[in-house]
Design a binder for this molecule. Structure first.
Ligand code: SER
Length: 349
């Protein structure tokens, strides 16, 4: 039986009769960590908060962001307004809510970052610096900040890209992700901050839409296939990118957060589940919606996609903490069509 701990301190007090060893095991197993998630209304945050609340208890997962939250973030736990550029507010919220782990998801993605690099700098670099500093100063247990395939660049080997390799990104978003990885790893070495990161590929999901990325086409295509049976891809045929279904994204994030730190040789990990080009996902969708038609009109995001790897080697994640994805292209497409048709109330057969 899992105990729900709304207040960590009172739970600790009531359990102090236990013998030391049992008590330590008890703490490890039952006392819930308190987690704060920034950018919680984003594509990943929305579903990650739900998964974390199921595991840790609603009150132990504080969702935060700069916007008014959707109901999904307020029904099972707290939502607080937080701008990570406001250092005083950030420290106060972390202290007042007795936070142990910060998951810093707030980020300006690749496409939006090219339209406004200064915004990407403030949100991604300044914001992440503030979060890492707060974790260091307050002595919190752990900080997870996502990186991305965007951390790679045109001079990175494109196929089976290794975990350690040349990284010279050419987007504002990519530069910010390299900063996050290096500054986080530096804080781990210099100050013992337990920083962890995953280089997410394109994430495909049916709940909240992605906001301004280059891999967004692989989500938009499902909405348009169901609604209009047509889609114009902003990436050209033959543009292979690493991708992952949301359920696997939640799984790898939770797995890395829970991984035994003594077994980790890296702090930033390549992670992937599949790679495909636009015509391949279109062909898979056609199996469910035979009348679906795809056309191609590449825009500025084509150049961004071409600067990223086509396939990723995630063997470090597999070896160090047992990563294994559940969804390939076929399984992801089936799940997306089923979930999205239900959500949009559209019959596809
Ligand atoms: N999905 C992101 C983007 O396209 C990549 O991490 O910007």
């Amino acid at each position: 039986m899992k105990l729900y701990s709304g207040n960590k301190k009172s739970t600790l007090k009531t359990r102090s009769f236990r013998a030391d060893i049992q008590y330590t095991q008890y703490l490890e197993e039952y006392v819930m960590k308190r987690i704060l998630v920034t950018g919680s209304y984003g594509q990943i945050g929305t579903e990650l908060v739900g998964a974390l609340r199921s595991k840790y208890g609603g009150q132990n997962v504080v969702a935060t962001g700069r916007k008014d939250p959707p109901e999904i973030l307020t029904k099972d736990g707290p939502y607080l307004h937080l701008d990570v550029l406001d250092v005083d507010q950030l420290h106060a919220i972390l202290k007042d809510n007795e936070i142990d782990i910060v998951i810093h998801n707030a980020s300006v993605l690749s496409g939006k970052g090219e339209k406004n690099p200064q915004l990407a700098y403030r949100t991604n670099i300044q914001g992440s610096y503030n979060v890492l500093e707060a974790v260091r100063i307050l002595g919190l247990d752990q900080v997870f900040i996502p990186s991305s395939i965007a951390a790679f660049g045109p001079s990175t080997p494109k196929e089976n890209t290794p975990n350690e390799v040349i990284m010279r990104p050419t987007t504002a978003y990519g530069v910010s992700k390299v900063f996050i990885e290096l500054w986080g790893e530096y804080y781990a070495k210099r100050y013992g901050v337990d920083f962890r990161s995953l280089r997410y590929p394109g994430i495909i999901s049916s709940e909240a839409p992605p906001g301004g990325g280059t891999t967004d086409y692989a989500v938009e295509i499902f909405y348009e296939a169901l609604k209009t049976q047509k889609y114009t891809s902003f990436l050209e045929k033959g543009t292979y990118l690493p991708m992952m279904f949301m359920d696997d994204c939640i799984k790898c994030t939770m797995d890395l957060i829970h991984a035994d730190v003594s077994k980790l040789k890296h702090r930033s990990f390549n992670i992937t589940a599949m790679s495909f080009a636009p015509e391949e996902i279109a062909a898979e969708i056609k199996k469910y919606i035979p009348q679906f038609e795809m056309s191609y009109k590449p825009d500025f995001r084509q150049q961004i996609a071409e600067s990223w790897p086509a396939t990723i080697d995630d063997s470090a994640a597999r070896e160090e903490w047992g990563w294994k994805p559940d969804y390939d292209l076929a399984a992801m497409t089936k799940a997306m069509i089923e979930r999205l048709s239900k959500k949009l109330d559209i019959a596809y057969q």
